[in-house]
Design a protein around this ligand. Structure first.
Ligand code: PEP
Ligand code: MN
Length: 332
């Protein structure tokens, strides 16, 4: 249940009411809001005098639900807005990992030339083997910071585990929580305590309900700036790396108020298929796209098979603009 408290309820009183009811307390623009389990269907008698509005839900998809807020939440990123009434699709591109200054500068220059605003690259990489490249860690974050300074990008980079979440929050403009870290409650709770936009990737064995409930950890902590990212789930199919669940995206668009980003690179797993899939993603009308591009994919230290080279990316970019325009969206 979500209970909006009357505007005149003071902070002190709201805190006391939250404690008494073992509820999460968050603040909207004008009022305090109590959030509790969806199993509660009636306003407790002790709260009756303080309630301005309340919402009941069939399950714990609550703050994220389109029954609570219709339309999409707006995410502000400098002077760029996604969600709300905007029809902007934000293109976030860059290599899987930051590997060296030379490598990241090459792709950063390409993206700058195309007027792309958000640079992606991981520096703490959640790999499936301890023997493969684990990312440059702090050193890589400093290189990303340098690219932001030099080129004016916003930076999206991923957190691997809760040991370096503070560092990522300090450096990133968008905090990316990877598919394998989606259940790390240390990360989720920490992200709920800041206001930075958080891009939450769906685990590859995660149902839509579990995915959205992970987002609820961040929202109920007090951070309204959550973006959902579908990046493919594991099915019986082995020819492609994962199966991009576009039906699931249609569900999330309908039932949630959270902006949605699609990641065709990790879903497909092979560069040859990324352009087709990326165009299909844009055609759905979503708030963003995450694409991997590398100056020399064959030598990439992670996800070598799926990264586009600079020529492939440049050609795709022109096509994506056209597809976005055909459904009255702007690729930004
Ligand atoms: C990535 O974005 O490079 C990444 C590791 O993605 P995922 O968490 O979706 O596997
Ligand atoms: Mn990757």
């Amino acid at each position: 249940m979500i209970i909006n408290l009357k505007k005149e309820v003071s902070e002190e009183k709201a805190l006391a009411l939250a404690k008494e009811n073992k509820a999460f307390l968050i603040k909207n623009k004008q009022e305090y809001v109590l959030v509790n389990s969806s199993s509660i269907k009636e306003v407790p008698a002790s709260l009756e005098n303080y309630v301005s509005e309340f919402f009941v839900f069939p399950n714990d998809m609550q703050l994220s639900s389109s029954d609570y807020l219709s339309g999409k939440r707006t995410i502000q990123l400098g002077d760029i807005q996604i969600g709300g009434k905007n029809k902007n699709t934000l293109l976030m591109a860059g290599p899987c990992s930051v590997e060296s200054e030379d490598q990241i500068r090459k792709t950063a220059s390409l993206l700058k030339g195309l007027d792309i605003k958000v640079l992606r690259a991981g520096s703490y990489k959640p790999r499936t083997s301890p023997y493969s490249f684990q990312g440059m860690g702090s050193q890589g974050l400093k290189l990303l910071d340098k690219m932001r300074e030099e080129f004016g990008f916003k930076i999206i980079t991923e957190v691997r585990d809760s040991t370096h979440i503070d560092e990522i929050i300090a450096y990133a403009d968008i905090v990316q929580i990877g598919a394998k870290s989606m259940y790390d409650h240390g990360i989720l709770r920490k992200c709920g305590k800041v206001q930075k936009p958080v891009l939450l990737k769906r685990g590859f064995g995660t149902t839509l309900q579990e995915f959205v409930q992970a987002a609820e950890f961040i929202l109920s902590g007090g951070n309204p700036n959550v973006i959902l990212c579908e990046r493919g789930i594991r099915t019986f199919e082995t020819k492609t790396r994962f199966s991009l669940d576009l039906s699931g995206v249609a569900y999330l668009k309908h039932y949630t108020n959270l902006p949605i980003v699609l990641d065709p690179s990790h879903a497909m797993g092979y560069a040859y298929g990324v352009p087709d899939l990326a165009k299909a993603c844009i055609a759905m009308g979503v708030e963003g796209l995450l694409i991997e591009v590398h100056p020399n994919p064959a030598e990439a230290k992670s996800d070598a098979l799926q990264q586009l080279n600079h020529e492939e990316f440049t050609a795709l970019y022109q096509d994506l603009k056209a597809v976005a325009a055909s459904i009255n969206y702007n690729l930004v």
